[in-house]
Design a protein around this ligand. Structure first.
Ligand code: WT7
Length: 600
C-alpha cells in the first residue's frame, strides 16, 4: 500500500501541496518516516535546532533495522541474490543466513579488539560477504570505510592511513570479465594494521556479540570521493539520520512494494552501493540483487538475463552502462523477457536523449518511468528526481525531494536547509559540514518547475559515472621526471560521458620514439596513484600552458580548447596568449590511448 507521499511522487498537482507541507512542517514529515525505524528509544523530535542534531534522543541500530528484525519476521526471504562472472553462478542469501554471516564477521572484529567508533576498511568485490562486512561494522558501532576493489595499492593506503583505520577486511581474489583478480596481493605490506582475510580465517563458534546501540550522533561510514584538490576527501556519514534519509527517499521515489525484486548495478565502492544496494533495500526487507561480473561477459546480456531470471521489478543503473549496452545488436536484449520491470532508474551523470529513449522504449517497453536521480556522495541519498509517471522529459532530474529546499545561485545548485542525509564532516581535512547553505558544485537551470543538471562547475571530472579530480591526475603525471607541469581537463565522450585530456609540458624535448615511452609512464603513473579506471584518454605535449600574471593555469580556456570550441572568449588575464594557437593545433592531433594493451 502506498501512502500520501508515495502517491504524491506520481502526480504533479498533489506533489506541489505535499512538498510545501514538508518544507513548512519538516518535523512532522520526518517523524512520520522515522516510524519505519524500530527504535530502542524514540527520538524527541526530528531536528533539534539548538543541538543541530537529527533524531535527537533516539537510540537504535542500523544493522538491527536492516537485518536482525527481518531475520525474525521473514527469515527465509532472500536478502541478497548474487550473480557471478559466469552464467549460472548464483547464490541466494536469506535474511536468516545474512544475520548469521553478519554475526560471524562482527564476532571476528570484536575478537580482534575492534570497538565502537573504530574505523574498519573493507576492500572487497561485489559479493554478499562485502555487504555482510559493512553490516557487521554497523552492528558493533564501528565505522566502515569501503575502498573500491579497482583502486590501486597507493589509493588504498592513502584512504586507510588518513582515516586512521584499525583493520582491513578483504578476500584473496575474484573473477571479473573472465579474469582472475588477485585482490589481497594489492594490499601494501607496510600498512601496520590488522589484515583480516575472510578466506583464510576460522569463524568463531557460539560467539554472538551484542548489538552496540547507536545514538543520533553516532557515525556509520567514511567514503572517499574526489574534490578539486589533489587528494581524495573522506566523507563521514551519520548512522541513524543517514538511514532515515536513504530509507525514505527509496520508499517514496521508487514507490517500493514489499515483493519488489530490486537490482542496482553499482558497486559498494561508491555511495550508490552504500545507500541503494545495501542500506535502503535491506531496511525495507526487499531482495537486493548484486552482480560482480562484467555486463558484457561472456555476452552483453548479463543484466537482461538477471532481470529475466529474478523477475526484477526495479532496475537502477548508470547512463554510461546504458550507452555501452545500447550499441549491441538488438537481438541480445530482445531474447529476454523484461516484462517484470516496473520502475527504471539512472544515476551518476546527465543522461543523453538517445540513451534515455533506448532505456525507456527498449528496456522498459514504454511502461516504466525513468527515475533520473541526482545526488552526491555528500548528500547520502537522492536529492532530485522526476515524478514517477511516464510523462517525463528526457534528461531532466526534476524535483527536489520532500523536505529539501533547493535553489540555483549564480548557476549553481544549492541546498538551503538541513536534511538528514547530509554528510557530517570531511575526515581527511578536519572540516565539518556547513548546514546553512550546501553548494553542490553542479551547474543547473530551471525548465519550468523542473531542475535540469548541466554538470560539474569545479575541477571534478565524471568518467563513466566515476568521480575523479583533475588535480589527482595532475599530481600523478607531475611525478614523472620528464614532466615539468601538466593540466588535465574534462572533454565530452560519447560513451563515458566525460574523459580526461592531459596537456603536458616536458622538461626535455625527447626523440620521436621516446614519446611512446613517456605516454606509457603517464598512464602507469595515474593507474598506480588512483586505479585502473583513471587514465587520460588523450595526451597532448605542448610547449607551455596559458597562465595568468600570478602564474595560475587558466583551466577554463584549456577546457574550451580541448573540447574544440570554435569561439574562444577574449581572455586578457592570459599573459602568454601566443601559446593559444599552438594549443589549438595540438589538440587536433592528441595521442589517443584507449587502453594499456596498445601501449605494451
Ligand atoms: C556527481 C556526484 C550519486 C551517486 C553516484 C555519483 C553527478 C550524479 C546525476 C544525474 C546529472 C549527476 C553530479 C554530482 N551526477 N547523478 N542524475 N544527472 N549528474 O556520486 O560520485 O558523489 O558524484 O555526479 O555531477 O555532483 P558522486
Amino acid at each position: 500500500m502506498l501512502f500520501e507521499h508515495e502517491i504524491a511522487w506520481e502526480n504533479d498537482r498533489v506533489y506541489e501541496e505535499v512538498y510545501r507541507n514538508s518544507i513548512d512542517f519538516p518535523n512532522e514529515f520526518w517523524m512520520q518516516y522515522a516510524q519505519d525505524i524500530e527504535w530502542k528509544r524514540i527520538p524527541n523530535l526530528a531536528y533539534d535546532n539548538e543541538k543541530k542534531e537529527w533524531l535527537s534522543g533516539g537510540i537504535s541500530n542500523v544493522c538491527y533495522n536492516c537485518v536482525d528484525r527481518h531475520a525474525d519476521k521473514i527469515p527465509e526471504k532472500a536478502a541478497i541474490i548474487w550473480y557471478g562472472d559466469e552464467y549460472g553462478e548464483r547464490r541466494e542469501i536469506s535474511y536468516a543466513k545474512l544475520q548469521k554471516m553478519v554475526i560471524q564477521i562482527s564476532s571476528i572484529l570484536k575478537g580482534r579488539g575492534i570497538k565502537k567508533n573504530d574505523v574498519v576498511g573493507i576492500y572487497m568485490p561485489m559479493i554478499p560477504e562485502a555487504i555482510a562486512s559493512m553490516l557487521a561494522c554497523a552492528r558493533i558501532g564501528a565505522i566502515h570505510l569501503v575502498v573500491f576493489a579497482g583502486f590501486s595499492p597507493e589509493a588504498l593506503k592513502y584512504r586507510l592511513t588518513t582515516s586512521n583505520a584499525k583493520a582491513l577486511l578483504t578476500i584473496n581474489s575474484f573473477r571479473r570479465g573472465g579474469k582472475e583478480i588477485e585482490l589481497a596481493k594489492n594490499i601494501p605490506n607496510e600498512l601496520g594494521i590488522d589484515i583480516i582475510n575472510l578466506d583464510n580465517i576460522q569463524y568463531h563458534k557460539n560467539v554472538i556479540p551484542d548489538i552496540d546501540w547507536q545514538n543520533s550522533d553516532d557515525d556509520l561510514f567514511i567514503l572517499y570521493t574526489s574534490g578539486s584538490s589533489g587528494k581524495p576527501k573522506g566523507v563521514l556519514h551519520s548512522a541513524l539520520p543517514y538511514m532515515l534519509y536513504v530509507a525514505t527517499t527509496f520508499k517514496v521515489i521508487f514507490g517500493i512494494q514489499p515483493d519488489d525484486v530490486y537490482f542496482c548495478t553499482s558497486d559498494i565502492g561508491w555511495i550508490t552501493g552504500h545507500s541503494y544496494i545495501t542500506y535502503a533495500p535491506l531496511f525495507h526487507g526487499l531482495t537486493t540483487v548484486i552482480f560482480s561480473g562484467s555486463p558484457t561477459y561472456p555476452e552483453a546480456d548479463r543484466y537482461w538475463q538477471i532481470i529475466e531470471q529474478e523477475k526484477v521489478s526495479i532496475f537502477y543503473t548508470a547512463p554510461t552502462a546504458i550507452r555501452s549496452l545500447q550499441m549491441f545488436n538488438k537481438k541480445i536484449i530482445k531474447k529476454h523477457d523484461l516484462s517484470s520491470l516496473r520502475v527504471l532508474g539512472t544515476v551518476g551523470e546527465p543522461i543523453n536523449k538517445s540513451a534515455w529513449k533506448w532505456y525507456f522504449e527498449t528496456v522498459g517497453n514504454k511502461k516504466c518511468p525513468i527515475m533520473d536521480t541526482w545526488w552526491q556522495t555528500e548528500t547520502g541519498g537522492i536529492i532530485l528526481a522526476p515524478l514517477r509517471n511516464i510523462n517525463q522529459k528526457p534528461g531532466i532530474a526534476g524535483k527536489p525531494f520532500f523536505g529539501i529546499e533547493t535553489d540555483i545561485i549564480e548557476g549553481e545548485l544549492v541546498i538551503k536547509n538541513e536534511f538528514p542525509g547530509l554528510y557530517k564532516a570531511i575526515v581527511s581535512e578536519c572540516a565539518t559540514a556547513d548546514n546553512a547553505l550546501y553548494k553542490t558544485g553542479d551547474g543547473a537551470v530551471y525548465e519550468g518547475s523542473d531542475i535540469k543538471i548541466k554538470g560539474r562547475m569545479d575541477d571534478v571530472i565524471n568518467i563513466s559515472g566515476h568521480r575523479l579530480g583533475t588535480a589527482e591526475f595532475e599530481c600523478a603525471i607531475n611525478k614523472i621526471s620528464e614532466v615539468q607541469e601538466s593540466a588535465v581537463v574534462a572533454v565530452s565522450d560519447d560513451l563515458k560521458g566525460q574523459t580526461a585530456f592531459a596537456f603536458v609540458v616536458l622538461t626535455v624535448t625527447p626523440e620521436r620514439d621516446d614519446f611512446a615511452q613517456i605516454v606509457k609512464k603517464i598512464v602507469s603513473s595515474t593507474r598506480n596513484s588512483i586505479g585502473s579506471i583513471a587514465k587520460p584518454d588523450y595526451i597532448s605535449f605542448v610547449p607551455d600552458l596559458p597562465k595568468t600574471r600570478s602564474g595560475k593555469i587558466v583551466r577554463k580556456l584549456l577546457r574550451d580548447i580541448a573540447n574544440g570550441a570554435e569561439n574562444l572568449p577574449e581572455l586578457h588575464s592570459v599573459i602568454n596568449s601566443e601559446v593559444i594557437d599552438v594549443l589549438k593545433v595540438s589538440v587536433k592531433n592528441p595521442i589517443f590511448c584507449p587502453d594499456m594493451c596498445k601501449l605494451k
